[in-house]
Design a protein around this ligand. Structure first.
Ligand SMILES: Nc1ncnc2c1ncn2[C@@H]1O[C@H](COP(=O)(O)OP(=O)(O)OP(=O)(O)O)[C@@H](O)[C@H]1O
Ligand SMILES: [Mg+2]
Length: 120
């Protein structure tokens, strides 16, 4: 996994919940990359008062993004299908958003988390 670090920023958040969110995204990326070239990249940037975090993989991407956030939707033999639903709930509870899309530059998926940066 490659990490592309951005600037140091301060956010107000439940650390345990954010950990869970990021673990969900990275685990999905690793699962997907297993079917592809294995590459996973995580990075962040600060833009317009928001922290933007992305998790990219080199997996197959998805044919259909409609079901991704539907509770219990899973394509994995041992998946529970709640990872993304829960992750989006955590993002929104922190005034943020979570989106997933196929990558435009190559095969694979990109998850994008946006959170407000604490005003100082
Ligand atoms: N990076 C990704 N690339 C391709 N498909 C993905 C990716 N992330 C999620 N998906 C698809 O979305 C489905 C739902 O993801 P979600 O994380 O909610 O559940 P899950 O990974 O199947 O199970 P769990 O609840 O254990 O996380 C996955 O089963 C998979 O089909
Ligand atoms: Mg998952």
């Amino acid at each position: 996994m490659t990490v592309c670090p951005g600037p140091e920023v301060t956010i107000q958040a439940d650390g345990g919940q954010l950990d869970q969110l990021l673990i969900n995204l990275v685990r999905n990326a690793v699962d997907a990359a297993f079917d592809g070239d294995g590459g996973v990249e995580v990075g962040w940037a600060a833009r317009n008062g928001r922290l933007e975090v992305w998790v990219r993989d080199g997996g197959p991407g998805f044919a259909d993004t409609d079901n991704l956030f539907v509770p219990f939707f899973t394509t994995k033999p041992n998946g529970s299908g709640i990872g993304l639903v829960l992750s989006r709930q955590i993002a929104e509870a922190h005034g943020g958003t979570l989106m997933l899309a196929n990558r435009s530059d190559r095969r694979g998926c990109e998850a994008r988390l946006s959170l407000p940066i604490l005003a100082t």
